[in-house]
Design a protein around this ligand. Structure first.
Ligand code: CA
Ligand code: CA
Length: 337
């Protein structure tokens, strides 16, 4: 791992620690981008191109490229060449929207806008227009609402799943990267802001057994499947408050009800790793995210995770019914690359 990725990971964890809302998990793998510490950062070219051009110049873009609309103008008909980005958020609120964009017409009012909407709301014209924007990658982003009324660009984001969409408007407009962030979050227009992680696990053993909170504990694997990032976090939700737990890992799935004399079903089998480095307390929120070092899985495996391996994870935690017992979260499976 490079120093930059090390720093970015530390920055991401610091951001996560600054926010204390209960963490949320989902049961589908459709949450492509994970809000973290009030920030969502996405490379536009991750989705599509769905009719957009994906040229390699002009240079200066972020990530693997950018998208440019080379088709006709759609000044009064949104909904063409739609790009969709699913976002999972634990921190609802009114988020500032900043699109890193470029428009090369010397007239700053030309080729300078796109349609955008959140959660199937009305399509809104978002534009980039000041004397310095033509010919430069820039973060200038405002909304033109009916009237016309010109406002700062912002969207309400809900706790849980949200759907951000763009559709084509002006021919020649280029879109590189988008940031959505709660006001005051640092890095809103910085390319050193870490890109959002994703939900990378396929969940199974859902629903898990109910616990003393009257709910079942959900588990998501979030981070990056690419081993080079060494970023795997297990996020567990809906635990009893103040419960102590630990992550279990195995390359085999299983189905063992009442394992260890507790309640719930153990859904890993074979050579099961007790990841003692993840020992946690669920705190008042009953939720927790723990990091796992992919370079050093514990005994009996003893070593680094390899590309192509599939690992299954589950959280084992203390519960009461009403006597002290143990319980298990749902499970999730990740194939690393
Ligand atoms: Ca325009
Ligand atoms: Ca990009």
């Amino acid at each position: 791992m490079t120093l930059i990725t090390t720093f970015q990971k530390a920055a991401r964890l610091a951001l996560a620690a600054a926010v204390i809302a209960p963490l949320i998990t989902v049961e589908t793998a459709s949450a492509q981008y994970l809000e973290d510490g009030g920030m969502i950062a996405i490379e536009i070219e991750d989705q599509g191109p769905n009719g957009w051009a994906s040229p390699s110049s002009p240079s200066g873009f972020s990530g693997d490229g950018f998208l440019r609309w080379d088709g006709p103008n759609y000044f009064s008909s949104p909904g063409n060449a739609v790009l969709t980005y699913q976002i999972l958020s634990s921190n609802p609120g009114n988020y500032t929207v900043r699109l890193r964009n470029r428009h090369d017409d010397p007239d700053p009012t030309m080729a300078n806008d796109t349609w955008v909407r959140m959660n199937n709301g009305p399509w809104i014209k978002m534009f980039s227009n000041n004397p310095n924007t033509p010919g430069n990658w820039n973060w200038e982003s405002r909304f033109e609402l009916p009237g016309p009324v010109y406002t700062n660009a912002n969207f309400d984001i809900n706790a849980g799943l949200n759907t951000l969409q763009f559709s084509a408007r002006s021919r020649g407009f280029m879109m590189d990267r988008i940031h959505l962030y709660l006001p005051g979050t640092p890095g809103g227009t910085s390319l050193s802001t870490p890109l959002s992680a994703s939900v990378i696990g396929s969940n199974y053993c859902t629903p898990a057994a109910l616990n003393s909170r009257g709910e079942w504990a959900g588990l998501n694997a979030v981070g990056f499947k690419d081993l080079g990032a060494n970023d795997l976090r297990l996020r567990v939700s809906r635990l009893p408050a103040g419960s102590v737990g630990m992550v279990l890992a195995s390359q085999s799935q299983g189905l063992t009800p009442f394992a260890g004399g507790g309640q719930g079903t153990l859904c890993v089998d074979g050579s099961v790793l007790r990841m003692e480095s993840t020992l946690f307390n669920s705190g008042a929120s009953g939720s927790r995210e723990v990091s796992v070092d992919l370079n050093s899985f514990p005994p009996p495996y003893n070593g680094a995770v390899l590309a192509g391996q599939t690992w299954n994870f589950q959280v084992w935690y203390r519960d009461a019914n009403p006597q002290p017992t143990s319980n298990f979260s749902s499970a999730t499976s990740v194939t690393f690359e």
